[in-house]
Write a protein that binds this ligand. Structure first.
Ligand SMILES: [Cu+2]
Length: 173
């Protein structure tokens, strides 16, 4: 009897791990599940609002930039993106530093969060004495947690069903 209980425990544990692993791997090897996100970042002395922007890997971010006081800049690490944001307008000036010094007027820029990690954004137009500290952070999550826990729940459910069935089957033998 205790032998059966022991093996049931291991089956449940195994299914829990297998389910979690399945969820984890599904995300790890997924190529695209893009979510469209519309985000406005407002620059003002001496911070960005929001200061931290969290997205999931693969998301497409439609980014609008605004300023609440003076002309600020917006340089985003890792995305070859630099902007000048004049106050009181719905448009801003954008350039790709690796390609051109020229700015073009746009009302949004679309970026794809291709890599997970942290990418700093900072003001690139001297706007006052606290200017060097004006920065924020784009955090791109790999989004493992949710599918892993869903997979574990499935694994647990299957493991429990199996474990509670087994004594009945043995009883009929
Ligand atoms: Cu600034």
């Amino acid at each position: 009897m205790s032998r059966i209980r022991l093996s049931s425990f291991w089956i449940i544990a195994l299914m829990l791990i297998a389910g979690g692993l399945a969820g984890f791997l599904t995300i790890h090897f997924r190529t695209s599940a893009p979510e469209e996100r519309y985000v406005t970042i407002t620059a003002g002395k001496y911070a960005f609002d929001p200061p931290v922007l969290r997205v999931n890997k693969g998301d497409r971010i439609h980014l609008s930039l605004m300023s609440s006081d003076v002309t600020h800049g917006f340089f985003l690490e890792g995305y070859d993106l630099d902007a000048q944001i004049p106050p009181g307008e719905f448009t801003f000036l954008l350039r790709r530093p690796s390609q051109s010094e020229e700015y073009e007027t746009v009302d949004e820029v679309v970026i794809v969060a291709e890599h997970s990690g942290k990418f700093r954004y900072r003001c690139s137009n001297t706007c006052g004495f606290m200017h060097p500290f004006m920065q924020g952070e784009l955090i791109v999550n790999p989004n493992y947690l949710y599918p892993t826990s869903v997979g574990m729940s499935f694994g647990l459910a299957i493991g429990m069903l199996w474990a509670f069935r087994r004594p009945e089957e043995e009883g009929t033998l």
